[in-house]
Ligand binder design. Sequence first.
Ligand code: NAI
Length: 341
Amino acid sequence: MFTLRQVTLTSITKRAFSSSAVSQAAKVAVLGAAGGIGQPLSLLLKKNNLISHLSLYDIVNTPGVAADLSHINTKAKVTGYVPDNDGLKHAITGADVVVIPAGVPRKPGMTRDDLFLTNAGIVRDLATAVAQYAPKAHLAIISNPVNSTVPIFTEALKKHNVYDPRRVFGVTTLDIVRASRFVSELKDTDPAEAKITVVGGHSGVTIVPLLSQCPFSFAEEELKALTYRIQFGGDEVVKAKAGTGSATLSMAYAAARFTDSLLRAVVNGEEGIIEPTFVKSDLYASDGIEFFASNVELGPDGVKKIHPVGKVSDYEQELINAALPELKKNIEKGIKFAKEN
Ligand code: NAI
């Protein structure tokens, strides 16, 4: 039987253990760190106690961003690199998590697929470096089109025999953040209570909100308008920014949330952490779809369990049916590029 003193000591030891896990915390690298997403994302990550080293890489301006952030009195050490002097190699070597918002964003009238030509090559080169210098890192890919950049990353890692599907994530968190906010606006509720499941991919019709699974009910017209807004919410920002870019601040918030969840599972060993993300998945493998976004439980090795899509309404089934061919096309385009380049 434990005495009070033993119980107290045990809990202190446990706390000491968990805080020592925190003090051995992670190196997180951000690639594209001087950009519209990269800067606010790096700021939010600088506040994260699970990060001991925040390593910033971009083709320009990273030393300035790093110097600025390094004056904030939180724990993480901040370093900045540009391509000179093997900057990319130094930025990612030893990283536990690499977050990638490198690449060009959309302008009005563009789809995410229109970014393919520019971003595919950027992502392929970064993936090759990750395969060489950070083969064990968990990878959070933000660069669009996510439906294609995740397959490109995957193929590059395979070429170097370092691919582990549990560690490659397409960041779709913003779709869920938007869905939660839009529903809470409509229902006049706290967004924290509006947990919405969104599955599929990360562009237009491939974004499939499963509103029948949330605790609110919607009239038919309301449901259609809300679904459209969640699928094409990014266009609202692109239009409002009038040619100067796409979502950066809300995206930084979403990516910081995803990174924090990943660190809590991987570094801190917390259990039961579930985030939606675009990963290698068997859910629609029989339709020839290799990657799919759904709720995923995260564990010490990355993906622990891919949750099924669950019960869907007839309307949602139609949305899934419309998403699958587009998703398949986007994935195949990424794989083809990676194999040929
Ligand atoms: P941005 O143009 O403001 O920043 C991109 C940064 O990437 C720039 O600083 C640029 O110098 C850097 N970069 C370019 N080539 C690079 C390379 N080879 N290595 C390292 N850095 C490089 O663009 P923004 O707004 O930050 O968007 C970045 C990407 O994120 C875009 O592809 C955009 O479409 C995507 N995005 C993804 C979202 C998602 O939900 N997954 C949401 C919003 C944007």
